[in-house]
Ligand binder design. Structure first.
Ligand code: C2O
Ligand code: CU
Length: 484
């Protein structure tokens, strides 16, 4: 029985939740919407708090301080990375974006299943915001977790046009003493006359020579929170604390391997969604992925927090300093902690926490649709494709509202691709039947294969693409479209 004080219609998500719980639950023993399968990460329609949180972001050119010199780049509100946005689940987020750039722009709320018109993909969900114009995004924040916002126009992600978007639970939380957000990035803009558009032209030229079949770029700098390894941020802790770190890979072209020297890490969330805690020494984080980790401060000293770019030279770092350890000198910039070679997180270790999984037990009655897609490119010319087609000259992938959809990705290229689906969380098939809910997933090179499932519960046209900005720009994207 519906509770009598609920006058509005059930949302799709609540409907799925109740459907999954079966007749007994509907028979009136007080199962609340939101329990059981209803606690799959929410699509729009989640009940709001009614509280409106207003932000404004002005995109403009700015001076960016890098190793004591000043470079010109593009960012938000005069800083790079952009300001942190921190709200609670169910709040209404209202963000006015003013475009003072010399180019069109939009902002995408990466990982959050917002209503389609608020998703910020130029020419797919909205016309681009022209120079001098503004646009206001507004949506009820559908779920907790660690997200990022970034420009979705061209290669703008590879400038300073990104920032953290943190959604706290309405109440209750992990127990921890301190929290730090770490944004990882690769940086070339403004250095030695480089900018992203010139970098793409360079890739296209050298790709044509055939000698760069992997087509990856060494960047002049790698950053944590906008700071280089020579000028790192220092995170102060005290002995005996539980520290939470929210890791966000905002790089355009770089997968990082992350460790904290002298400490092991407990992974608690993947792409904002909770997982069963898993102990590791190191993890790989693809572009667009996020992990939340906890660690215990039980090893006083000054330690390297290291993000080593995969298949590239250089390092991004911050420092972990125990307040008690005065006078201890920090590790040198180029120090690679031995933990980087320790126990490595794999997707197979991640189990969804406190939530039903959907391939089993007949949610929706069974699989309704599957798409098999092949990722290719990087051989000879610098072109990247999905099923041989390059966006925008590409077919849409059709789904219908309410379907349980399965996508299998096969990577025929020699680079890993962090594939990102807008507007939905998907559940990664990792052989456990309880894979994590994510929105971005690394598909390994050399015929790497990966399958995920999602419920088509958020109608619209949704971008699905490689989160390597240069691959996206070179065609590795599709639109997932709700047909009738
Ligand atoms: Cu983070 Cu389509 O993007
Ligand atoms: Cu890619």
């Amino acid at each position: 029985m519906m509770k009598s004080n609920r006058s509005r219609e059930l949302t799709r998500r609540e409907f799925l939740g109740l459907a999954g719980l079966g007749v007994a639950a509907l028979g009136g023993c007080g199962v609340l919407p939101g329990a059981g399968r209803g606690s799959l990460p929410s699509a729009p329609g989640a009940a709001g708090t009614g509280r409106i949180r207003t932000y404004s972001l002005e995109a403009s050119t700015l001076d960016f301080h890098l190793d004591g010199r000043i470079v010109r780049t593009w960012g938000y509100n005069g800083i790079a990375p952009g300001p942190e946005i921190r709200v609670a689940e169910g709040d209404t987020l209202r963000i006015r974006v003013k475009n003072e750039l010399p180019a069109d722009t939009t902002i995408h709320w990466h990982g959050l299943p917002v209503p389609n018109a608020m998703d910020g993909v130029p020419d797919v969900t909205q016309p681009p915001i022209r120079p001098g114009d503004d646009f206001t995004y507004e949506f009820v924040v559908p779920t907790v977790g660690t997200y990022l916002y970034h420009s979705h126009a061209g290669l703008q992600l590879d400038r300073g046009l990104y920032g953290p978007l943190i959604v706290e639970p309405r109440k209750g939380s992990l127990a921890y003493d301190r929290e730090h957000v770490l944004l990882l990035d690769d940086w070339l803009d403004g250095l030695t006359g480089r900018n992203p558009e010139a970098a793409l032209a360079g890739l296209q030229r050298s790709g044509g020579m055939g000698g760069m079949s992997s087509g990856t770029m060494d960047y002049p700098r790698y950053l944590v929170n906008g700071r280089t390894a020579d000028d790192p941020e220092t995170l102060i802790v005290r002995r005996g604390e539980q520290v939470r770190m929210r890791l966000i890979n905002a790089a355009a072209e770089t997968v990082f391997r992350f460790s904290v020297a002298g400490h092991s890490l407990t992974v608690t969330h993947a792409d904002g969604q909770s997982v069963e805690p898993v102990e590791i020494d190191t993890l790989r984080i693809g572009m667009g992925e996020r992990y939340d980790v906890l660690f215990q401060t039980d090893n006083p000293g000054v330690w390297q927090i290291a993000a080593a770019p995969e298949n590239k030279s250089g390092i991004a770092r911050a420092l972990l300093r125990y307040g008690e350890s005065r006078g201890t000198s920090p590790p040198p910039p180029g120090h690679y902690p031995s933990e980087l070679g320790g126990k490595l997180l794999s997707y197979a270790d991640l189990l969804v926490a406190g939530r039903e999984s959907f391939p089993s037990e007949g949610l929706l009655g069974g699989l309704d649709r599957s798409h098999h897609v092949t990722l290719s490119g990087g051989m000879g010319d610098y072109v990247w494709a999905i099923d041989g087609q390059r966006y925008p000259d590409a077919d849409t992938l059709i789904v219908r509202e309410g379907e349980w959809v399965q996508v299998t990705l096969r990577n025929m290229s020699m680079m890993a691709h962090p594939m990102h689906l807008h507007g939905h969380f998907f559940q990664v098939r990792n052989g456990t039947g309880r894979g994590p809910f994510k929105d971005t997933v690394l598909v390994e090179p050399h015929m790497g294969e990966l399958t995920f499932d999602f419920v088509a519960d958020n109608p619209g046209n949704w971008f699905f693409h490689c989160h390597n900005a240069y691959h996206m720009e070179s065609g590795m994207a599709r639109v997932v479209s709700y047909g009738r």
